[in-house]
Design a protein around this ligand. Structure first.
Ligand code: NAP
Length: 461
């Protein structure tokens, strides 16, 4: 086939119902899985391979030819071969001229090469039209049909028509193409499968660090201190009592940390008098992982609820109740109901229940299936207004629980405050500054800045 005919084939629209032949270079795991899926979707498949011997593994209706011969049979060639072998394509440059080459390759490390594999392929074969696609789909998912989690296929390339042809194939395979723009996006697309929950890293490490700190803080004050100074062995507190102290503390602090970056952002915008200047990187990253921080906070709050519900089943709780009853019997005196205490305990429980209810509501509305069904104003109302209300209720829950007891000297062991006091620092700071920010004299300029007004236009440059 001559040069012109292959060009015509590459750009000719498919007018008949019959699908055009697709060529796949490489009969490895991915080449076979993709070929199998294509044959199922009605595409004739021809493999270009170093060996033309048909093995049992190759899809039954596919043809296997040498690379040059196979390339001549199709306008689109999928390169299912690792990047380090791309040099073998250079002698095929003339056969591949004008053809659409689909680079599906991944690397072993993030930013392994200075340029993306797709850009490298385009540099090796400047006469071909390189499109990046399919690299985020695994051979196993293609073969087993378990594509529910990864139905999206990122596609990028410099030639619009070539990209469109590849996107049509993606759709025909029952997948969803997502146009990521020019070939410059290939590096990002190649890095994508190598990332491990990028948005969760900071929230998880922060939660692990804080949990470990508060856990050992409680062990020191509730177990070691009591053992040394009161000669009581409360080591069994490790199982339920201490986790039930650490979980609410973590839930409250992490919920406050969801709203703290918004406070910093408001202060920075007020100080600069413009919204047209980038926030520092650390603040941008923090803002991007607020949802993850909130979901981890919700997990801690749920654990706190479960630990609290099992409290009456504990041997320690029965022993303490029994001890109270026996001491009343021995003294032949019934303790009158302390109304202040009854009010405090009911109020703190009610505040906790309402706070947890709003917490769950925030978690539910952050699910994509729910957030996609509410408009921006509704989403902001739940996440911002109800979110702050949840923070107020949970902070009040902790304050009412502590009450006057926080101020009593016995709450300070080794001169250290109780962890509930520590847990209130960040939420109280967030609520106090937020209270200042809603004063009209502060809120008005902030709203104007967020609508585009600038106090000092030089900052926008
Ligand atoms: P593989 O099983 O090792 O297959 C690679 C194929 O490349 C071989 O079967 C061979 O085909 C061909 N090949 C090997 N050395 C060659 C050389 N020196 N010259 C020419 N051809 C050579 O690898 P794979 O898992 O299919 O992966 C292929 C590409 O797909 C890689 O770039 C990978 O990053 C990408 N990918 C794979 C997956 C996956 O789940 N496996 C997912 C996304 C992307 P012949 O023997 O027929 O010549």
């Amino acid at each position: 086939m001559n040069k012109n005919s292959s060009n015509t084939m590459a750009l000719a629209p498919n007018t008949s119902n019959k699908r055009e032949t697709v060529c796949i270079f490489g009969t490895g795991d991915f080449g076979r899985a993709l070929g199998h899926k294509m044959i199922q979707s009605g595409y004739p498949v021809v493999y270009g391979s170093r060996s033309t011997q048909i093995s049992n593994l190759i899809p039954k209706d596919a043809e296997v030819l040498g690379h040059a011969e196979a390339a001549q049979k199709a306008a689109i060639i999928i390169i299912a071969i690792q990047r380090q072998h791309y040099d073998f394509l250079i002698p095929l440059a003339e056969v591949l001229r004008g053809k659409v080459l689909v680079d599906i390759s991944n690397n072993l490390k993030l930013n392994q090469y200075p340029e993306s594999n797709a850009e490298h392929l385009a540099q090796l074969l400047p006469g071909s039209k390189v499109v990046k696609a399919f690299n985020t789909v695994s051979a196993w998912a293609l073969q087993s049909g378990t594509l529910d989690a990864s139905r999206q296929v990122f596609v990028c390339g410099d030639d619009v028509e070539a990209k469109q042809m590849v996107m049509n194939i993606v759709r025909a395979l029952g997948l969803t193409p997502l146009d990521k723009g020019s070939l410059l996006a290939a590096q990002e697309i190649e890095n994508y499968p190598l990332q491990l929950f990028p948005m969760w890293k900071f929230p998880i490490f922060l939660s692990l660090g804080l949990t470990a700190f508060f856990f050992f803080y409680c062990v020191a004050l509730d177990i070691i201190y009591t053992y040394i100074y009161e000669n009581n062995d409360f080591s069994f507190f490790i199982a339920i009592t201490i986790p039930n102290r650490v979980c609410p503390v973590m839930a409250l602090i992490l919920l406050a940390l969801v709203y703290l970056p918004g406070i910093f952002a408001a202060i920075i915008q007020l100080y600069r008098g413009t919204k047209y200047r980038r926030f520092p990187d650390w603040l941008d990253k923090w803002m991007l992982c607020r949802k993850q921080l909130g979901l981890i906070a919700l997990a801690f709050a749920s654990l706190h609820v479960v630990f609290t519900l099992v409290t009456p089943m504990r041997a320690f709780a029965s022993w303490r109740t029994g001890k109270g009853i026996i001491s009343q019997v021995l003294n032949n005196k019934t303790e009158p109901l302390d109304h202040t205490n009854a009010w405090l305990s009911d109020s703190y429980l009610a505040l906790g229940i309402l706070g947890f209810f709003l917490f769950v509501l925030l978690g539910i509305t952050s699910l994509p299936s729910v957030s996609n069904n509410v408009n921006w104003r509704e989403f902001r109302f739940v996440q911002s207004k109800l979110g702050y209300l949840a923070l107020i209720l949970c902070t009040a829950h902790t304050l009412v629980y502590g009450g006057k007891w926080f101020l009593s000297p016995s709450a300070y062991k080794w001169y250290l405050p109780n962890i509930y006091i520590l847990s209130l620092i960040v939420p109280c700071a967030v609520l106090v500054v937020k209270f200042v920010l809603i004063f009209p004299c502060v809120d008005k300029p902030l709203t104007q800045i967020r609508q585009g007004w600038e106090r000092n236009p030089k900052y926008s440059k």
